[in-house]
Design a protein around this ligand. Structure first.
Ligand SMILES: [Fe+2]
Length: 504
């Protein structure tokens, strides 16, 4: 069953001919009009149907128009009630206006005056309802401003759903995001107000009804159901989300109400919220595409460094793998691990400014050559500083040659003043360098590499991070034979009595 979007009018007058005249006079307007001569019947209808405007006679036997007025305002927020009377007094006018009536008509009245009063009342109602919608939207915008949709789309879509729930007094809302290529659901977020049986709300069959459709119009279905002995309407509104001309998903809303009612104003707000969700999804996608492009660019830069220094081939990937493993063991979040991948990839970007002759020199460097080599963190910082997206890599670039005892470079920072990113990279970078062939020496054994880390523990390296790394090596979580060749002798790890220490 479809819920009506027409304005709902109710007429009550104990004179049948007056009801007939009014119904006839309003026939050409876009109203659904029902008329009653019995005010008791009218009140019964008011309690179980959507009502926008009531025209009621003031004096009708035992029941008066005031009771119709009260019942209307009790059941329908912002309903307009116009009283009709043949015996007006100032006291009566004041009394009914005080009780919330919008206006009154003095019988006999001209039909033009009746139509004009109804239109004025409905225009007043529209303003009241729009104010309510705007207030709701203001709350949404305030909350939305605190969430960056390109960073946390789930949080943003949850806000959209909460706003939908408030706007429609719904019991639940959900969003289905589909992959436009395959039509498979890639995300489903659900918000419900109570212990709702979500079968109806989460029914995925609605998606089929939208496939191939180009219209952003919602589908509204409603049915009368009996819950706890009370008959109410269960309304499901399904609003499609389009990105450009492509169907991307659906916002479903479930409303349980005594009335089958959805107003055009509410649907306008739903359109705004669905568009806001579409923009957020599009921004997130753009952000992800941009990020992927940037990562490709980073990769190209890292490859350029590795291509110049043939002995470091694969170094970046191995360092990323080792550092990520330690980071996860340290409980770093997804965002930090993304920064780590970028930082480990770019940490030696400054070597672009180091001449080939120094970079690939097979024997010991002269003092001047060493100084030029030591400029690579500062040079890397200079290269990266202007690119916002690369900024998370800065602590890796500037911190990976600092030493825990303060004797490193470029700044000579000490202990915890060295960014943890730099301290972590220093451990795994050194380990990988020892385990790999270098221009001036062949790869050393695992025993030597572990020995070097232990030797530098507390001087060159953060002791806690050395212990953490060695514990991970000992646990076998890192496949050293895959990284450094099948001839790596891992037996030394069994013989070493490592114990993990807490960070300083
Ligand atoms: Fe370096």
């Amino acid at each position: 069953m479809q819920a009506s979007l027409n304005t709902q009018l109710l007429v009550v007058d104990d004179e049948q001919y007056i009801c007939n005249i009014i119904v006839e006079a309003l026939a050409s307007e876009k109203y659904d009009v029902v008329a009653f001569t019995d005010p008791r019947e009218a009140i019964k209808h008011i309690k179980s149907h959507p009502i926008d405007l009531v025209l009621t006679d003031l004096v009708m036997g035992e029941l008066s128009g005031v009771q119709v007025l009260e019942s209307t305002l009790e059941n329908h927020e912002n309903a307009i009630v116009i009283l009709m009377t043949a015996y007006p007094t100032v006291e009566m006018a004041i009394a009914v206006l005080k009780r919330g009536a919008y206006d009154f008509l003095i019988k006999p009245f001209k039909l033009e005056l009746l139509r004009a009063t109804i239109k004025r009342g409905l225009a007043h109602q529209k303003v009241l309802r729009e104010n309510l919608h705007l207030r709701g939207q203001l709350e949404f915008l305030k909350a939305a401003n605190t969430v960056a949709p390109n960073v946390d789309l789930r949080e943003y879509l949850t806000l959209v759903l909460r706003s939908c729930i408030t706007e429609f007094s719904a019991v639940g809302a959900c969003v289905f995001e589909i992959d436009p290529g395959s039509g498979v659901i890639v995300k489903r977020i659900c918000e419900t107000k109570s212990d709702l049986d979500t079968r109806y709300l989460l029914d995925e069959s609605i998606l089929k009804q939208f496939s191939g459709r180009r219209s952003p119009k919602p589908i509204i279905n409603s049915e009368r159901v009996v819950i706890d002995g009370r008959e109410i309407s269960r309304i499901l509104i399904s609003k499609p989300i389009f990105i450009g001309s492509k169907f991307h998903g659906v916002i479903n809303l479930q409303i349980m109400s005594p009335f089958e009612r959805v107003t055009p104003g509410q649907l306008d707000i739903l359109t705004i919220l669905a568009n806001s969700a579409a923009s957020a999804i599009a921004r997130k996608r753009l952000y992800q595409d941009l990020r992927a492009s940037y990562l490709q660019a980073i990769r190209a830069l890292a490859n350029a460094i590795e291509a110049r220094d043939e002995y470091t081939a694969g170094h970046t990937d191995r360092v990323i793998g080792l550092a990520s493993m330690v980071a996860r063991e340290l409980g770093w979040g997804e965002k930090q691990v993304h920064a780590l991948i970028m930082g480990c990839t770019l940490h030696d970007i400054g070597k672009i400014g180091v001449p080939d002759g120094i970079l690939n020199k097979p024997s010991g460097l002269t003092g001047e050559e060493r100084r030029r080599m030591m400029r690579h963190p500062a040079l890397g910082l200079k290269i990266i500083r202007g690119i916002n997206l690369f900024k998370p890599s800065i602590p890796y670039i500037i911190g990976h040659h600092e030493r825990y005892d303060g004797s490193g470079y470029p700044k000579g920072l000490k202990g915890e003043d060295v960014p943890v990113e730099g301290r972590l990279l220093a451990v795994v970078d050194t380990f990988d360098a020892i385990m790999s062939d270098r221009p001036y020496r062949p790869a050393a054994s695992l025993n030597v590499a572990v020995g070097e880390l232990l030797k530098g523990r507390g001087t060159q390296f953060d002791p806690h991070l050395v212990d953490k790394f060695l514990m991970i090596l000992k646990s076998g979580k890192i496949d050293l034979k895959e990284l450094y060749g099948s001839d790596v002798d891992v037996s030394c790890l069994d013989e070493m009595p490592f114990t993990e220490t807490a960070p300083a």
